[in-house]
Write a protein that binds this ligand. Structure first.
Ligand code: CMC
Length: 430
């Protein structure tokens, strides 16, 4: 791995640091010994120049707009495969053979039910609770229900926990939806594929027959593929950091869900749709573009910009196509939100502010419109992101746990508080 070394002059000292090369992408300077040699730490809030781990799972070239899972381009996976195939690939490193795929599908399908006691757990929530709050709590609570898969030193238990989470996440997400709309929970149906089963659990009611629309099911499956993993983003890094202390996998995934909820991350799909609704009509776009460019206004164009992509997010292109397919299938010809989205995208892609800062539409820009058309409420959008990202979090967590060099994650800091001082008795304080 290590091919060369780099020389740095730090605090008047020459330091030689090893350089490690990956298979593709930038090499890294290994600064692990920097403190020992110079007494200094590096400083990189937001990790803009820091690789926190080695990984074989996902590769992104943000300048070129490339996303590869285990080497396979996202476009090919989304076009030719299904979500469970992508799950298998992320978890095991290779595309499954037909026998492996059938076995994997079978194993996931047979773990979709949740412990009946979980129903009671749900009933403790207010009906108007945000479904992401319910997700954080109920996924964390899985560790209280499935004690037999929380020993992270046992590879079998690690695998059982992984399968359980991929299998049960749609059930829990659908329960969060049903609870918020005041309808009875719907049990999973094991003869349906992953996405169809989720649609069934979200939208069927006991009093009538529900037929899954195959176009919507395929679109949802593709949305799941697009969200499956995205290397060391904030929520994945949160899962890794939580897991580095030896916490059980259910607790780690709950931590990832909490991080994903923020509007700068997974919460952007909900925020993007709210923004399109707030803009309301094409005539209002210039006002909002001006707000986004105004340094004194906190408003940002949600669904635009990305820490890594300085080009069109490859997932956004597929998402845009999927969005049009769904609207066509549902016979939605004149959606004012779509008109606003198309025009906003056109203006932003030609406005010097966005062009110079390389702010392109990201995956969240079109996912909200698509999910809304499918019948999902806005507060469910980030839940769907969490459902799909679970496999990425698990694959990254397993990779970390199985790395023999794994240590607890413990960043350092630049301390800017008071130097040492003596305690002052209460009576003497002014
Ligand atoms: N609208 C207007 N200006 C923006 C935007 C935006 N959406 N995004 C970045 N900028 C400006 C920002 O003001 C800054 O300007 P200046 O250099 O003059 O101070 C410059 O672009 C760089 O922004 P940054 O905040 O330093 O960039 P970052 O890499 O820290 O943030 C981001 C990336 C995704 C958090 C940010 O682009 C953003 O807030 N976008 C809107 C939220 C969003 O759509 N998030 C979803 C990300 S994709 C899904 C996921 O992975 O979760």
């Amino acid at each position: 791995m290590s091919s060369s070394s780099g020389n740095l002059k730090v605090g008047g000292k020459d330091v030689e640091l090893p350089v490690k090369d990956g298979t593709i992408g930038p090499s890294v300077v290994d600064i692990g010994k920097l403190y020992g040699q110079t007494g200094m730490f590096t400083y990189d809030p937001g990790f803009t120049s820091t690789a926190a781990c080695e990984s074989k799972i996902t590769y992104i070239d943000g300048d070129e707009g490339i996303l590869l899972h285990r080497g396979y381009p996202i476009e090919q996976l989304a076009e030719h495969g299904d979500f469970l195939e992508t799950c298998y690939l992320l978890l095991f490193g290779e595309l499954p053979t037909p026998t492996q795929k059938a076995d994997f599908d079978h194993r996931i399908t047979r773990h979709t039910m949740v412990h009946e006691q979980m129903m009671r757990f749900f009933q403790g929530f207010r009906r108007d609770a945000h479904p992401m709050a319910v997700m954080v709590a109920s996924v964390g609570a899985l560790s209280a229900f499935y004690h037999d898969s929380t020993d992270i030193s046992d590879p079998h238990q690690r695998m059982v926990a992984s399968m359980r989470m991929i299998a049960k996440m749609p059930t829990i997400a659908a329960m969060a939806h049903k609870y918020s709309v005041g309808q009875p929970f719907v049990y999973p149906k094991n003869d349906l594929d992953y996405a169809s089963n989720f649609l069934h659990m979200c939208f069927s009611v006991p009093c009538e027959e529900y037929k899954v629309n195959p176009v919507l099911s395929r679109a949802l499956d593709r949305i799941f593929i697009l969200h499956a993993d995205h290397e060391q983003n904030a929520s994945t890094s949160t899962v890794r950091l939580a897991g580095s202390s030896g916490a059980n996998p259910f607790a780690c995934i709950a931590a990832g869900i909490a991080c994903l909820w923020g509007p700068a991350h997974g919460g952007a799909n909900e925020a993007a749709l709210q923004m399109l609704q707030e803009i309301g009509s094409v005539d209002n776009i210039p006002k909002y573009i001006a707000k986004a460019k105004d340094k004194n206004d906190p408003f940002r164009l949600m669904g635009f910009g990305h820490r890594v992509y300085k080009n069109y997010d490859p997932r956004a292109k597929i998402m845009q196509k999927t969005c049009h397919e769904v609207l066509k299938e549902l016979g939605i010809k004149d959606d004012p939100l779509l008109d606003v989205a198309v025009e906003l995208e056109r203006i932003a892609l030609s406005d010097p502010y966005f062009v110079e800062k390389k702010l392109y539409p990201n995956i969240d820009f079109y996912s909200g419109i698509t999910l809304k058309a499918m019948g999902f409420s806005t507060d469910m959008f980030t839940v769907l992101f969490a459902l799909a990202r679970t496999v990425g979090w698990i694959a990254q967590w397993k990779e970390m746990i199985e790395d023999p060099g794994q240590r607890i994650g413990r960043p350092r800091q630049l301390y800017t508080g008071s130097p040492k001082r003596d305690y002052i008795a209460m009576a003497q304080r002014k």
